[in-house]
Design a protein around this ligand. Sequence first.
Ligand code: TYD
Length: 421
Amino acid sequence: MRMGERKSRASGSDSRRVSRCRICRDRNLTRVIDLKRTPLANSFLSKPNDPEKWFPLEVLYCNSCGLLQLSEVVNPNLMFKEYPYRSSSSNSMLQHFRELAQSLSSEFITSSKQLVVEVGSNDGTLLSALKERGVRVLGVDPAANLARLANARGVETLPTFFDSDTADRIRDERGKAQVIVANNVLAHVDDVHEFMRGVSSLLEADGILSVEVPYAGNLNQNVEYDTVYHEHLSYFSVHPLLRLFSDFDIRLERVARLDVHGGSIRVTGRKTNKKFVSNPFVEFEKRCGLNRLETYQRLSDRIEYQMQDLRETLESLKSEGHEIVGYGAPAKSTTLLNACKIGAETLDYVIDTTPEKIGKFTPGTHIPIFRTERFQKEQPPYCLMLAWNYEKEILLKERQYTGQFIVPIPYARVLSRNSSS
Ligand code: TYD
């Protein structure tokens, strides 16, 4: 076992209940969303009757700092040691990371000696784009399969969780980092204070922390309940992030809204010892009600309505005898299918481009996953777009499709045939 893994591991049990807020440690937490029990979102099955572990899927609101967080923390070893998701699985994400590599290198890197460390570096997509620009890079990712892929393409990657031990080891062996990137990983981290201790010890004075997280504002606005799953322990808005950053002397300098993953934010912080307590974005969040319990209690009603509406749309098509399939087997489809109770009686199959998912079955609902070519050959009359966050990319790619897509988020919509041509 590597040093860095020790602190990151949950105890031997499969999960623990949350009793205090992950950021401010307050105990005043109120349950706002209850999606009942689901299996782990990326635990695709080799056989439909393979054993599965199910856990409660509930979101709590912290009445003190405003962080939304899951009530149950599943042992990370059950979720992140082998990970089927690849950053390179869509053109949109490839383009997104190319642009980020361009802006990070031009804005923050001034010498070829400076180091960029990416935490949760996945298959090395971002770092390889940085490396092509002559930047010194190092990845950290606990998924052995992904670290292998990244190392094979020449992006040096440590197969471990990130914490202060890992950070100290990197610092001692390679020096401090000018930039630390954490894209779609902070929401996965239970002990965010330990994570930030690592960031603080590894980062150069005046160095940059660039974090991307799915945005609670989009979750609320577009009723994106399917982005709730056990890997996502926190649903961030800027206000709690600001508090976390300033506890570790990271000044939050910039917030940008992004389209990726159904709506994310990129927050850019700088290590400094100057105290910093506010950001204009927080005022915007107050106007949107993101700092109020009632906002999320209303969201819960909107989720119930939306799930019911999708179920009725699919039931009505089925009762008319139509075949329906699913497009994409993203992690979020595990929540959507299980919460709405949509199984193999409704969807004949789903398709996905990820090699690790093809030939397997969806968690909890046991729908077979096939290659995209099957869908293209069979042209089923209806197709539920489970990877709805790639709507534009999919409509473009499948412009020859003769059937109709059903997009489930932000509300169930059956697209007319010519929308996809
Ligand atoms: P994504 O929405 O990026 O992430 P998450 O798993 O976090 O919810 O996952 C998209 C999935 O959809 C991924 O398994 C790849 C698949 N996909 C296709 O099969 N075809 C496509 O054209 C696109 C864009 C995605």
